[in-house]
Write a protein that binds this ligand. Structure first.
Ligand code: GDD
Length: 424
């Protein structure tokens, strides 16, 4: 049988997702009308014979309780549980710590999914490759530009056999533009022994390397590695995958479908767009039907009130009880629960936080994230700014005020025009 583990991380990992992570744990933030992790869960639920999903992280026990309750109703054939690490153990440390739970009922293989990626999760195709090759591990890969590649794990593979020849996590210089999507399938009988041998090796030869740490809102790419030096921390990418490449049973499935990382808060906007487009292609009934005022794809929660003369879309999600007034224009945006957009206001490339208010004739706008750059910051007038404008919880934008490329912390009132600022 097959299981799935979703790595949800913990509160300290969500710092680049501020200000949104101040009010909701990143995995539960809603894009295209559903929490980020429910998109991965949906894909996992479709794998034939897969009956068990384990969320592994170091958030408080209570954090995923309601989510699991709802998801268990939606997918009655799945047993979903959350296992909490006592501290951040790293992407392989958590797997190893909970190996007994993973090994229970003797699954032959299990998927591991980073919770902060957005893609079509072609798990069936990964499974097929896994069986075809009698693999120890299959990794999902995608091509990105050479400039973006070094911000990810890079894979050198044999194009013909799909075998992974080398794996280097965030290399200093270019080695490949085929990158790690953060989705894996492992043979149980091989991954745990690999982790164990790393632990042994480390016990005899302690690591002296140090890694950069970062806590920075606008550096979208530096790893959040504050805890990398703790001895119990084991990282799948740096510690295990390069070893696996030395075996000859590690393969890569390259997806041609969409893939994005959800790191900064702004990256929720492209993720929202991609999942809405996916739902639109699947003719999902959840989406609002196209009309003169609705440019698909658009998701409006049933309890939201949208004036019939407001023009929405493409790529807009409107949350529960949000209110959108007459003549408003909303495009490439996420309007969260209880937010209000007054008449004739305009919201573009932005996220409007829970309970925030945008005044009449106001403009809240960001800039399109450059296609293929895999980054949500742009250079404006020589300064690095967030391309997506974000209002945290319960912010207010006055009537006729213009907010451009700003990140606004919760409970701020914007009475004057602002551009390229972090408002704290
Ligand atoms: N349970 C648990 N415990 N989860 C963790 C921990 C931990 O200590 N540390 C990270 N995670 C989770 C995060 O929540 C995220 O879902 C995933 O593991 C990877 O996070 P990072 O360790 O921050 O890595 P990254 O996102 O910079 O890079 C990884 O993902 C890229 C694709 O998005 C690497 O796997 C790259 O190679 C890859 O390209």
């Amino acid at each position: 049988s097959t299981k799935a583990v979703i790595l949800v991380g913990g509160p300290s990992r969500g710092t680049r997702f501020r200000p949104l992570s101040l009010d909701v744990p990143k995995p539960l933030f809603e894009v295209a009308g559903h929490p980020i992790i429910s998109h991965s869960l949906k894909a996992v639920a479709k794998v034939p014979g897969l009956r068990e999903v384990i969320l592994v992280g170091y958030y408080d026990e209570s954090v995923f309780r309601d989510f699991i309750k709802d998801a268990s109703k939606e997918f009655p054939h799945l047993r979903i549980q959350y296992l909490r690490e006592y501290t951040a153990l790293g992407t392989a440390g958590g797997l190893y710590h909970f190996r007994d739970a993973i090994l229970k009922n003797k699954p032959e293989r299990f998927f591991v999914l980073n919770s902060d990626v957005c893609c079509s999760f072609p798990l069936g195709e990964m499974l097929k490759l896994f069986e075809e090759k009698d693999a120890e591990a299959v990794i999902l890969g995608t091509r990105v530009s050479n400039e973006a590649a070094t911000n990810f794990g890079c894979i050198v593979s044999d194009a013909h056999t799909k075998r992974v020849l080398h794996y280097v996590e965030k290399p200093e210089s270019h080695i490949s533009n085929l990158i790690n999507c953060g989705v894996y399938l492992f043979a149980t009988e091989c991954i745990f022994p690999s982790i164990r041998s790393v632990i042994k090796r480390r016990a005899t030869r302690p690591r002296l390397l140090s890694y950069p740490s970062s806590d920075n809102l606008d550096s979208s790419f530096i790893a959040e590695d504050d805890d990398a030096e703790k001895p119990e921390v084991l990282r799948l990418e740096q510690d295990i995958l390069s070893d696996l490449a030395d075996s000859n049973r590690f393969f890569v499935h390259e997806t041609k479908d969409f893939w994005r990382q959800i790191k900064t808060a702004g990256s929720a906007v492209p993720a929202n767009a991609l999942y809405l487009q996916k739902a639109f292609q699947a003719q999902s009934e959840e989406l609002t039907p196209p009309s003169a005022f609705i440019v698909p794809p658009v998701y409006i929660h049933p309890t939201a009130q949208v004036d019939p003369t407001a023009k929405l879309g493409p790529n807009v999600s409107v949350g529960p009880r949000a209110v959108i007034g007459a003549g408003a224009r909303v495009k490439e945006a996420i309007i969260l629960e209880d937010a209000e957009i007054k008449h004739d206001a305009c919201v573009l490339y932005s996220i409007i936080g829970w309970g925030s208010r945008v005044g009449a004739w106001a403009r809240v706008e960001g800039t399109p994230t450059p296609a293929g750059s895999h980054s949500t910051s742009i250079i404006k007038n020589g300064v690095k700014v967030q391309s997506i404008t974000i209002l945290g919880k319960e912010c207010g934008v006055g009537d006729e005020v213009r907010v451009q490329n700003c990140v606004c912390l919760p409970y701020k009132e914007l009475k004057r025009d602002v551009t390229n600022e972090v408002i704290m």
